[in-house]
Design a protein around this ligand. Structure first.
Ligand code: GRF
Length: 215
């Protein structure tokens, strides 16, 4: 069993997609160890509780430095036996204590096709605003491992989503979630839990026959 710790900051629809995939029997090797939020009011904490998963609140302001926060977060996750860390709309940038302990064991979901519309400052609605501003016709989502850069780690899965002429940042955000994020994240976690993701240099290798979703 792969014990998964999910980090969130907000609504937690991606967390819900993970919970639903587990309930539907799609991730037999996964068990949720805990959900941690840096925001007290994150609705994702309620989703975790409703699913019977331990829900923890760890605010950054309680610590004198980012490093101290990262040490506390690492120790918390280790104390729950976490092997894989999933960032599901988690808005804190991780630092050394987390990155070193969980090297190649932290995955993130980003709402664009990396390397477009990613990096510092590209989060939430901003990503979709920029895609619309640039006039791209196709966007999507990416699940990737986290390294010490912003959105620079090995890419695990990507899925394209078409932009409609009448899209607003909000309508695009929702479609990217529905068509890409909520499918990709559970699939990436399943693949990891079954040992089906190899990392070579800064790239992953996944055999097409191991995929259980359509890309
Ligand atoms: C998602 O768009 C995700 O890609 C991004 O933050 C958003 C989180 O949404 N990293 P939710 O909290 O999972 O609903």
């Amino acid at each position: 069993m792969t014990r998964v710790g999910v980090l969130i900051s907000g609504g937690g629809t991606n967390l819900q997609a993970l919970i639903d995939a587990k309930a539907a029997g799609k991730m037999p090797n996964v068990e949720f160890a805990c959900v941690v939020s840096n925001r007290k009011k994150a609705y994702g904490l309620e989703r975790a509780k409703n699913a019977g998963i331990e829900a923890l609140y760890l605010p950054t302001v309680r610590f004198e430095s980012g490093e101290a926060y990262n040490e506390a977060l690492r120790d918390l996750l280790l104390s729950r036996g976490v092997e894989l860390v999933v960032l599901a709309g988690y808005l804190v940038v991780l630092q050394k204590p987390m990155l070193e302990t969980f090297r190649n064991r932290i995955i993130n979901i980003h709402p664009s096709l990396i390397p477009s519309f990613c990096g510092d400052g590209f989060y939430g609605l901003k990503v979709h605003e920029e895609a619309l501003k640039r006039g791209v016709k196709v966007t999507g989502a990416t699940v990737h491992f986290v390294d010490d850069g912003t959105d620079t780690g090995p890419i695990i899965l990507q899925k394209a989503v078409y932009i409609h002429p009448d899209d607003t940042p909000e309508s695009l955000q929702l479609r990217v979630m529905q068509q890409a994020e909520w499918k990709l994240l559970p699939e990436a976690v399943r693949l990891y839990s079954e040992g089906k993701i190899e990392i070579c240099d800064n790239r992953t290798v996944i055999r097409p026959e191991d995929l259980e979703i359509e890309l």
